[in-house]
Write a protein that binds this ligand. Structure first.
Ligand SMILES: CC(C)(COP(=O)(O)OP(=O)(O)OC[C@H]1O[C@@H](n2cnc3c(N)ncnc32)[C@H](O)[C@@H]1OP(=O)(O)O)[C@@H](O)C(=O)NCCC(=O)NCCS
Length: 177
């Protein structure tokens, strides 16, 4: 499958994920970003469970998200395993897009993968003339909030109480494109 255009602009940080080679040493595999395929489902479920251990999507939900929005679900893979994914969905009028989910496996965090996924989404949305991007994030999720702020998202709307049901408050963040 063809790599996405952002692959032409490697991140200044590591673009690779570690893996064990035959003699037990760690080798680096280059990471590629691409749209999800049906064959990715088991891996996608694994990555989602690792990213959201307390509240992962059920298999059937991820299956249906892939069927409905697979062209907006990007994965980072090393040729063997997936290491992260992002899903965004744009409203029918094309005005606003929501980042529905973003997750990176625990062992790959802090290596620029989350930023890479988000930058590719924003690049695509700008090209599609989408005007605004929104997302929700747990108010205590400092790493995610720092990432979104560094990309220009603001949280003027503040926290919405019980947004995802009782006790599930979420900070709403917005970026104008
Ligand atoms: C949030 C998440 C996607 C970030 O992915 P990542 O690949 O680790 O992030 P990156 O390495 O690209 O870092 C991007 C920025 O995020 C922020 N960040 C990342 N990890 C951080 C940490 N532990 N503490 C504070 N800020 C952090 C920094 O601003 C960082 O930029 P910098 O490295 O230039 O300082 C990842 O931690 C994750 O999957 N968490 C579990 C699932 C989740 O919370 N998803 C978001 C739901 S809204």
């Amino acid at each position: 499958m063809t790599a996405l255009p952002e692959e032409r602009f490697p991140s200044r940080r590591s673009r690779t994920g570690p893996s064990l080679c035959h003699d037990g040493a760690f080798v680096e595999r280059p990471l590629t970003m691409r749209e999800v395929t049906e064959d990715d489902l088991p891996e996608l479920v694994r990555v989602d469970q690792e990213a959201f251990p307390d509240d992962p999507y059920p298999y059937f939900v991820l299956r249906q998200l892939c069927d409905l929005h697979g062209d907006c679900l990007l994965v980072l893979e090393d040729g063997k395993s997936l290491h992260g994914y992002v899903l965004y969905v744009t409203t029918r009028d094309g005005y606003r897009s929501w980042i529905v989910s973003l997750g990176v496996t625990r062992d790959q965090r802090g290596r620029g993968l989350g930023r890479r996924l988000m930058l590719e989404v924003l690049r695509r949305l700008r090209g599609e003339d989408v005007r605004e991007v929104r997302l929700t994030v747990e108010p205590a999720n400092a790493a995610a909030i720092m990432l979104y702020r560094s990309l220009g998202f603001s949280s003027d709307e503040g926290v919405r109480h019980d947004y995802f049901g009782p006790g599930e408050d979420r900070l709403i963040m917005t970026l104008g494109l």
